[in-house]
Write a protein that binds this ligand. Structure first.
Ligand code: ZN
Length: 170
């Protein structure tokens, strides 16, 4: 199975827990052919894997996040890398690796920073249940407020936090 196939399988809601865990473990294994030419850098305890533009955008987001209450949630994230699944999710946690779609890391840096905080809450034990998403989205909205993000953005995330299963699966 390619990583694309695995992600497609994971995006379906009907996997049982054992299948999901097996696929997530497969996805966490490094695929060296995909990382050819990739730079690896780090920010504090977090390794950053990707090209120069990704490393630069990620460091910028992490510097922002470090100034917020979201930073404390990053301690279980060991690695951040880019992915491009075409799935309608901005980010996902695979083991101790947070992955972000191109649209997320190339978009608003404050939103990217808040998305890293969101995956950090998952890395801290909040699963993909409605309650886990509520916790992740609530922290994400808090980070956005602390960063002075536009009110419309904050309110959108707060709305999703109130109805989490309708929005986010990662
Ligand atoms: Zn989530």
């Amino acid at each position: 199975m390619t990583h694309e196939d695995i992600r497609a399988a994971l995006s379906r809601g009907w996997l049982d827990k054992r299948d999901r865990a097996r696929l997530e473990a497969q996805l966490a294994e490094p695929v060296h052919s995909q990382s050819a030419g990739a730079a690896t850098d780090a920010f504090e305890h977090i390794a950053i894997e990707g090209d120069g533009a990704f490393v630069s955008a990620t460091k910028q987001a992490l510097r922002m996040l470090r100034g917020t209450s979201g930073w404390a949630h990053t301690h279980n994230i060991r690695r951040i890398r880019s992915c491009d699944t075409g799935l309608p999710v901005g980010g996902a946690l695979v083991g101790d690796t947070a992955e972000f779609e191109t649209a997320t890391w190339q978009g608003d840096p404050k939103f990217y920073a808040s998305s890293i905080g969101h995956e950090g809450v998952h890395a801290g034990g909040a699963d993909g249940s409605a309650d886990g998403e509520r916790r992740a989205l609530t922290l994400q909205a808090k980070v956005l407020r602390e960063l002075g993000a536009p009110r419309a953005t904050v309110e959108t995330i707060e709305r999703h936090a109130a109805n989490p299963t309708a929005f986010h699966s990662g």
